[in-house]
Design a protein. Structure first.
Lengths: 483, 483
């Protein structure tokens, strides 16, 4: 759907520039329009929750390098992943589309025959049009069959796992997973990742990321560093074991933070730092039933796999020296589907020919004080079901069956607790200004808001469909299938 | 109780210095030990919630001056008011004591005959020993009878309301309140505050605060600027009406932010800014049942009047140019009862002769990287009932009857919704690292933690008592009574 069909900015122009007079960044466009477009490093964490940053109240571990990104960059507080599970979220991130538009409706497994359709244009393919060298280091998870892998989707280089690190023979609940392979390019360099290998994943990803940065001598580059951690099973190298004060999850976060520091050092050493955008975010909220092995939503409701805020609202930090004002907070709605069009605008590449859903938030990155927000609404799909819609202040949650973590006590020590699937959630309206925790239904106070959000949702349904109502949608495209 | 009786730091050394290498603030003590102790400006908001800052995700309004305090100072994420209602919270703040130690067990009204005991030493009295000029501008609320007012408690000057701004004849639910008086010194300068007067409160408080700062020519000063807003009934001056994008609450927050800016300007104009500490905090969490006229807990559970996080965890920002490292976050436990001993240490005054509960967190203010945390535990009292205890990572909530906002829909437009009083909450253990929203009881996973927290609670009960168990406590002192 075309955002301009809906009412614009009203109610959501919330950009804030903490401590920096507007005059200093009123014209924040790159000073030298003719210069090489900036390098882009997208650091993607797995299952990290909204509350897992120092800035959002995390306790028990220190993350000085991520904190540095916040202090020198911009932190978003109302940023959403495309969906609340890994594959769908990543497909949305890579294409700028709501995942169900391109045939993604959940998480893929080792036996899945589908993946990202080669007809879709990924962020890597888009940036290559401007001469970017491209690499993914880490987890892919949008198709593990030949023809659907990173080198088939615009990445020059690949080192990492094809899917989640728990999809291996040692899964705590399922014994049917095949050995977990580690890839370099199109080659399997380790056919069966062991526990000892898992403990080295963050280290090895970091080495590869640093190597990629160090090898660049000219031309811009795009590095997608998609950590497997802090997804369960949590593993950490010996040098971070016991380093945090509150257990393995903290140790893992500290090692990821170390990795962020290594990337920053490499950028500084190579001289690239002054013309590089670093974005750090997560694919979805924490996997709550893993208890002390899960992250924190910071108080938001539910978690991974749900369309409540704990599932989809994730941290996002943008560090772009000289352009993004330091130490700022952006409270506008934004989503991972906005990154492709944003990077495209920055790199000067044309948007993909096929319809996408994200819009450029470059002006937010640049700290333009009265930038028009990307959009005033957001659609929360789970699979192909439209479970909620947010329009600035209010979020309408439709009656739907869904996952709930609240009925059972969480697990402990790496063993997951039970989860209720198919829990019946009723229609509810939440005031995000005063109730981001989604605890207080206010539909009776604001029937006119309910009505308006229903009208907006209808437009999305026509376009993308809604399994809750048996609607197929007009503009969905198929996922790719193995060759 | 003496904090040293309990195990120290372990599990809670969480201070983080975002973006600033440790070397830069390793010795952050004032450069000139002989210089005049710093001025102290304590800006106290009323019923502002944890989620009401830009940095904690607030949407719909802009607060550039408060954001500036964050960007140039330190923000605490695990900071608690002394209790979750106004009078008790303020009594604790002013004396460094758990409020029930000094006979405060709730909110006072216009007819209350008790107040802060003249035998207690307030922050103002303590600072006067070092020659501070002292003023309170705004809401007092720790005793409105003669002998219990600000000038009886160490303040040289007073301008403001003796109690909450809803304790007036126009209360939405109670018609028995007398006219609301406005004081200057010991004199009533307006015997019956009108709606038009309420709309000018923030402006007039600000004028008086600026005037007090401007009149200081030598000697340090302590200004306690205790705004009546954003407590209901919400009022705002014409110049901020409709200025926010999401209603009256946002307008009110924008006017308070303007006030913060005026105070900063006055400090800069007078030359005092370089030797002044500004602390901004709130007396308790939001009054949830006022719906759109209430603040946000940012996802924390329950609100004002409860010992859940939404009631007691509040924002706290410390701005101390040249000493507190800029743009930092402190995730250690801290409480408003720590401010008196902190200010005392900074000013070089002796602690009050009577036992207090807070401990100095000066080293946190100074950003000493490995500062020992103030304590590893916190007691959550409601009235004289010990409803919860937190020890670093875990919070044990005892079975107790208490207020719950979750059973009824919140109100709207200034009319409060219903509240359940005496709701029976069961015993529960919450992991604050991963569940600050207190949604997942983990007592079955950690029986040893439950046991230890019960043991720690027993020591508090002996000392301060616990009405839930019919224990009077050994070391409580009486409130003051009217002359």
């Amino acid at each position: 759907m075309n955002p301009s069909r809906f009412r614009p900015a009203a109610g959501m122009a919330l950009l804030t520039f903490a401590g920096i007079p507007a005059a200093q960044h009123a014209d924040a466009h790159p000073k030298h329009p003719g210069q090489q477009p900036p390098n882009i490093v997208l650091i993607h964490l797995d299952d990290m929750g909204y509350g897992d940053l120092t800035a959002t109240g995390a306790t028990g571990y220190r993350t000085p390098n991520i904190d540095r990104l916040c202090a020198e960059g911009m932190r978003f507080t109302n940023y959403y992943s495309a969906q609340a599970v890994s594959s769908a979220s990543r497909a949305g991130l890579l294409t700028g589309c709501y995942p169900n538009r391109i045939g993604f409706t959940g998480a893929l497994g080792p036996k899945s025959k589908t993946g990202l359709n080669p007809d879709e244009e990924t962020m890597a393919e888009n940036l290559k049009k401007a001469g970017y060298a491209t690499a993914i280091v880490g987890k892919w998870h949008v198709g593990c069959r030949p023809g659907l892998m990173p080198l088939d989707h615009g990445f020059d280089e690949y080192f990492g796992l094809p899917y989640s690190n728990d999809m291996w023979p040692h899964h705590p609940q399922t014994s049917s997973y095949p050995p977990l392979p580690l890839y370099e390019g199109r080659k399997v360099v380790n056919p069966s990742v062991s526990a000892a290998d898992q403990a080295q994943l963050t280290t090895r990803y970091t080495e590869h990321a640093v190597d990629f940065i160090t090898r660049r001598s000219e031309g811009p580059f795009f590095l997608y560093l998609a950590h497997s951690m802090p997804h369960v099973p949590l593993f950490v190298s010996d040098k971070f074991k016991g380093k945090s004060e509150q257990g393995l999850y903290g140790d893992v976060m500290m090692e990821i933070d170390w990795s962020v520091g290594e990337v920053l050092k490499a950028l500084e050493k190579s001289g690239a730092a002054s013309n590089t955008i670093v974005v750090l975010t997560s694919d979805n909220g924490p996997w709550i039933n893993y208890g002390d092995h899960a992250g924190s939503t910071g108080g938001l409701r539910e978690g991974k796999g749900t369309t409540f805020e704990g599932g989809q609202r994730v941290p996002c930090i943008v560090w772009w020296p000289g352009t993004t004002p330091a130490g700022t907070i952006c409270n506008q709605l934004a989503s991972s589907i906005d990154l492709l069009p944003t990077f495209a605008e920055i790199a000067g590449t044309p948007l993909p020919a096929k319809q996408i859903d994200g819009v450029s938030i470059r002006s937010l990155f640049e700290g333009v004080p009265d930038a028009t927000p990307r959009t005033s609404f957001l659609f929360y799909y789970r699979k192909n079901s439209l479970e909620a819609v947010r329009d600035g202040r209010y979020k309408l949650v439709f009656a739907h069956p869904g996952r709930s973590y609240e009925a059972f006590p969480p697990g402990n020590g790496g063993r997951p607790g039970k989860v209720a699937e198919g829990h019946e959630f009723p229609l509810a309206l939440y005031d995000m200004r005063r109730d981001p925790g989604e605890r207080y239904d206010v539909q009776s106070q604001h029937p006119e808001v309910v009505e308006e959000l229903m009208r907006i949702a209808d437009a999305a349904r026509e376009d993308l469909g809604d399994d809750l109502r048996g609607m197929p949608g007009r503009n969905r495209r198929p996922a790719g299938r193995a060759e």
